[in-house]
Design a protein around this ligand. Structure first.
Ligand code: PEP
Ligand code: MN
Length: 360
């Protein structure tokens, strides 16, 4: 339920409501809006104490939250969440573009890609150090060495680093280097991982599971939000269907559908969503037209030599052209595709960790 405080409710009255909610064994999420404060009370048996809360001092009304997801819903927080890390801003009018290789393969490949995507206007660098591969015989990623390379790329370019964390036990190490954690499609329903990532407090990209409904995606986001981590970005990356002309089917209607129900920013990954480099530019532009708050795009200096996902990776020239196309669409739909100057700096604490300067 949502406890809507009266306009001008005092800090003591709000605190009293929070304490009452907690006494009932529910979790209180106060949301301080420009007009009013609301306290979302979530947990089991959440409507039982409705009447008692309605008569607390300073309370205007108590309303049930109809959606099964609570903290993620627009009902609870009508103001859109904007996730900002250094030049990367995702949400509201800001379109964040996160680009880079599927996997960090070596120093030169990652640095060259970071420079190229930055020059083309990307505001975040992606790269997998821990790769979730279908086959155990495929390249699994450089692990901590890959994280060090990403940190070096951040040091040079200033781009915040987005990288996947595969297991709950890896969260402290990955969070030490990354600015934004990525939860991959295969892990969307790994609830221990969601809780651990939530507790890390790091901005997080949560990718839709291959066979997950959008409601399941929002409920997965709820695990992170419930750990008091509000910096969650949802990512549509395509789902499994009977169709096989593309690697996955990329349902772009999920963008406006999600934006009607959640305040969380929604980005689209047209690389995994199509599995073909030639289809990426059009689907990236379509995602922007559909209202996406950002894009996640795979870019490689030489896609044909990539150790993973080369067939869906753009080369530098293709990426620059895609950015130009998306910029024009962004302008037409009232979005800004520029580096943000007000965000918090990407963490630099670990970017000084020595990294091999030669190709590995
Ligand atoms: C990736 O971004 O490289 C990745 C593995 O994505 P997904 O989890 O969507 O397959
Ligand atoms: Mn990939």
């Amino acid at each position: 339920m949502i406890i809507v405080m009266k306009r001008g409710a005092t800090a003591e009255q709000i605190q009293h409501v929070i304490e009452r909610v907690e006494e009932f064994g529910l979790k209180a999420h106060p949301i301080y809006g420009t007009e009013r404060t609301v306290v979302a009370a979530v947990g089991d048996k959440r409507d039982e104490h409705r009447h008692s809360l309605a008569i607390a001092p300073g309370v205007a009304e108590v309303v049930p939250i109809l959606a099964p997801y609570k903290v993620a819903s627009l009902e609870v927080k009508p103001e859109r969440t904007v996730v900002r890390v250094g030049p990367l801003s995702v949400g509201n009018c800001d379109l964040g573009v996160i680009a880079g290789p599927c996997a960090v393969e070596n120093y030169d490949q990652t640095l060259a890609t970071a420079r190229a995507v930055k020059a083309a206007g990307a505001t975040g660098l992606r790269g997998g150090a821990y790769k979730p591969r279908t086959s155990p015989y495929s390249f699994q990623g450089l692990k901590e060495e890959g994280l060090r390379i990403l940190a070096a790329a951040r040091e040079e370019t200033g781009l915040p680093v987005v990288t996947e964390v595969l297991a709950a036990s890896d969260v402290p190490l990955v969070a030490k280097y990354a600015d934004v954690l990525q939860i991959g499609a295969r892990n969307m329903q790994n609830y221990r991982l969601l809780e651990e990532v939530g507790a890390s407090g790091k901005p997080t990209i949560l990718k839709r599971g291959l066979a997950a409904t959008l409601e399941e995606l929002l409920l997965a986001a709820e695990y992170i939000l419930n750990a008091d981590n509000q910096n969650v970005i949802l990512c549509e990356r395509g789902i499994r269907t009977f169709e096989n002309h593309t690697r996955f089917t990329l349902p772009l209607a999920s963008v406006p559908w999600l934006r009607e129900r959640t305040h969380l920013p929604v980005i689209v990954d047209p690389s995994h969503g199509t599995g073909h480099a030639s289809l990426v530019p059009a689907m990236a532009a379509a995602a922007v037209a559909a209202g996406a708050d950002g894009l996640l795009i795979e870019v490689h200096p030489k896609p044909e030599k990539a150790l993973s996902d080369g067939y869906q990776s753009l080369d530098f020239a293709q990426f620059a052209e895609t950015m130009e196309l998306c910029r024009r669409v962004a302008e037409a739909v009232g979005k800004r595709m520029a580096p943000c100057s007000q965000g918090e700096s990407p963490s630099t604490a670990h970017s000084r960790v020595p990294v091999a300067q030669t190709a590995l």
